[in-house]
Design a protein around this ligand. Structure first.
Ligand SMILES: Nc1nc2c(ncn2[C@@H]2O[C@H](COP(=O)(O)OP(=O)(O)O)[C@@H](O)[C@H]2O)c(=O)[nH]1
Ligand SMILES: [Mg+2]
Length: 255
């Protein structure tokens, strides 16, 4: 990253960071990106932050896309992928601004995509393998219930298991960028992404990674909001899965 951020691509890879009031954790995330992935361009999508998020991003040499007011994570995510698509990047990655996603793990995901192993690689806390043990994360009982429900829903909707459907740690090749850049309609853009990628026939790999706890501030998903979101999303996925299995083949046959 140069100290004079440029909007025209310097590298073939963009890593974007959606951020809402993350002035405390963002500098360390951007330092880690510069050290771990020196050959990528970095974009911070500052979604109407009321703290110094945009300033610390610029000070670290990142490009900054600032919305005047908060539009919500789903718009931030779509905007990041749209930026990558419109600027012609070959690859794009996404990490959280809270320090949760180790850059070394994102680098592995980008390598997998670059090597042609998949179109999109998603970092997963709950998938096992590659030296990552099965139950390395022990979520609270409420979260366990939530992830179990989501898992059921994902299996129904995708027709295959997907263990960490709310992970935002992504690496994607150019072909997937327009799909990921479409506006999201639900409060769970990551889940929606996975359904869209499947519909588009793109190859998605769930890759076991280590993640950290967020460095400071608060998660956007907590308390009653989290419960409501999980129940709604799981129910939608189950319905979508049933529709796909029983209704849509018939609709296709009679067309
Ligand atoms: N653009 C944008 N980013 C947001 C918004 N809310 C949260 N974020 C960022 O999205 C990322 C994920 O949010 P986080 O609270 O860590 O969610 P969790 O990881 O699911 O607990 C972080 O980088 C946040 O700063 C929002 O309204 N707009
Ligand atoms: Mg987080």
């Amino acid at each position: 990253m140069s100290s004079e951020p440029s909007e025209s691509p310097q590298h073939d890879t963009l890593v974007f960071v959606p951020a809402l009031n993350e002035e405390e954790s963002l500098p360390a995330v951007l330092d880690e990106l510069r050290a771990g992935l020196p050959d990528v361009d970095v974009l911070v999508v500052d979604d109407g932050s009321t703290d110094a998020t945009a300033d610390v991003a610029r000070a670290a040499g990142a490009a900054v896309l600032s919305f005047g007011e908060n539009r919500g994570l789903r718009e931030g995510v779509a905007a990041g992928y749209r930026w990558a698509h419109e600027h012609g990047y070959a690859l794009a990655g996404r990490v959280d601004a809270d320090g949760q996603h180790p850059v070394a793990e994102l680098a592995r995901l980008l390598e997998l995509v670059r090597a042609g192993e998949c179109d999109v690689a998603v970092g997963s806390r709950f998938a096992a393998g590659d030296g990552h043990a099965e139950y390395r994360y022990e979520p609270s009982p409420a979260r366990q219930l939530g992830t179990a429900l989501l898992r059921r829903g994902m299996r129904a909707a995708l027709g295959r298991p997907f263990r960490d459907a709310t992970s935002g740690m992504y690496a994607a090749r150019a072909a997937a960028l327009p799909v990921l850049a479409e506006p999201y309609e639900s409060g769970a853009p990551e889940v929606e992404s996975l359904l869209r990628l499947r519909e588009a026939g793109l190859r998605v790999l769930e890759v076991p990674v280590q993640m950290r706890q967020r460095a400071s501030g608060e998660s956007r998903l907590r308390g009653r909001r989290a419960v409501e979101l999980v129940v709604t999303v799981a129910a939608t996925l189950l319905l979508y899965g049933l529709w796909r299995r029983f209704v849509s083949p018939r609709a296709r046959r009679t067309r």
